[in-house]
Design a protein around this ligand. Structure first.
Ligand SMILES: [Mn+2]
Length: 356
């Protein structure tokens, strides 16, 4: 495996690359061109600049998280072909710059959703938390206001202001889109992308929905084993793969992570590995990466990756906010660095056990 951390770019991240470089085992970052809107073509110069910035610190760009997909593509509007064409040009430019891993999601309107970004735990650490009952009391507009209030000035990924100010229009766009239609639109998009992916060896890695169930009546199709296998089967090309996010999928206690990892052998291109603690149905909070702090068996998860021959990029995911660090919620350095140490430790043990 290749260990990386997410980095939001010099202008947006509070963590300098020089510090990421000091986390044992980390060889690179996954990042994006912040400031580029979905539907814009990423220019080669900008990609080159991003790579150079990272390289100066002895790290590499291990992949892009994310190249966001324009709503016209997700909703299947007539102008989708134009936007797909632009996406393809972005992939060409990434491919020409030697970047071969692209994470994206296909969630309508709302990206990653939480009801608390600073949920206080017993030890004083704060974490992301989610309560479906609270979401059920909010309408989408209030959800948006709610998220910006709890983000306290940080722009959380997926909640960029230019996007969420258009909520009403977005809901209208998706009013005719049910789960089947959304799936068909995804397949249409992926089929169009495959030739350029094959040409440059680019692996597309869809991120699961988070939480992995429908919110505000909007369809979500990437939430369980069945949804994931349906996607890889529909466009049966190794360049069409997934980001296996244990925290997102793991929010649903019915998801057997190890079985999902085994079932997707060869099609997992990127992994987000973190733990999550289930409190009651529809309620969960994030926690330390350690197995005993949450509901997931992290050893079993890493073992499933190891035994299925996974050699892609793994990154720790949201961390707790600890040690008084002032950083973007969930993306501080300290707890993610601890997560890296833990994941590396599990991996080394798995390697040495197998080698006898
Ligand atoms: Mn994730």
């Amino acid at each position: 495996m290749k260990l990386a951390m997410r980095w939001f770019g010099a202008e947006h991240d509070t963590i300098p690359l020089a510090h990421i470089r000091q986390v044992p085992g980390v060889v690179g970052v996954v990042t994006t061109l912040y400031g580029s809107l979905p539907g814009q073509v990423w220019e080669r110069d900008a990609i080159r600049h991003m790579k150079a910035q990272v390289k100066v610190h002895g790290l590499e760009v291990c992949g892009i998280e994310s190249v966001n997909v324009h709503d016209a593509i997700k909703a299947g509007l007539p102008e989708r072909d134009m936007y797909i064409d632009r996406y393809i040009r972005t992939l060409e430019h990434l491919g020409e710059e030697g970047i071969d891993l692209v994470c994206y999601n296909f969630m309508p309107v709302f990206d990653f959703t939480r009801t608390e970004l600073k949920h206080m735990r017993e030890d004083g650490a704060t974490v992301f938390a989610y309560d479906q009952a609270l979401v059920d009391t909010l309408d989408p507009q209030r959800m948006n206001e709610y998220m910006s209030r709890i983000a306290q000035g940080f722009v959380m990924p997926g909640w960029e202001p230019e996007r969420v100010t258009k909520l009403q229009r977005l809901f209208q766009l998706y009013s005719q889109v049910d789960a089947q239609k959304l799936f068909d639109n995804l397949v249409y998009f992926l089929q169009a992308l495959m030739p350029v992916c094959r040409r440059y060896g680019i692996r597309m890695a869809i991120h699961p929905d988070d939480p992995p169930w429908s919110v505000f009546g909007l369809p979500r199709i990437v939430g369980d084993a069945q949804g994931l296998s349906r996607i890889v089967a529909a466009v049966d090309d190794p360049h069409n793969g997934v980001t296996l996010c244990t925290g997102s999928l793991g929010a649903n206690p019915n998801n057997d992570l190890s079985a999902i990892i085994r079932g997707l052998q060869g099609r997992i291109h990127f992994a987000h590995v973190r733990n999550v603690r289930h409190t009651s149905p529809g309620v969960f909070e994030e926690c330390a990466h350690l197995s005993r702090d949450g509901s997931l068996d992290m050893y079993a998860i890493m073992q499933a990756f190891y035994l299925s021959g996974f050699d892609g990029v793994i990154r720790p995911d949201h961390g707790r906010d600890i040690f008084g660090e002032q950083a973007m919620p969930g993306y501080g350095l300290y707890d993610r660095a601890i997560g890296c140490g833990y994941l590396s430790g599990l991996w080394e043990a798995l390697q040495k056990q197998t080698q006898g």
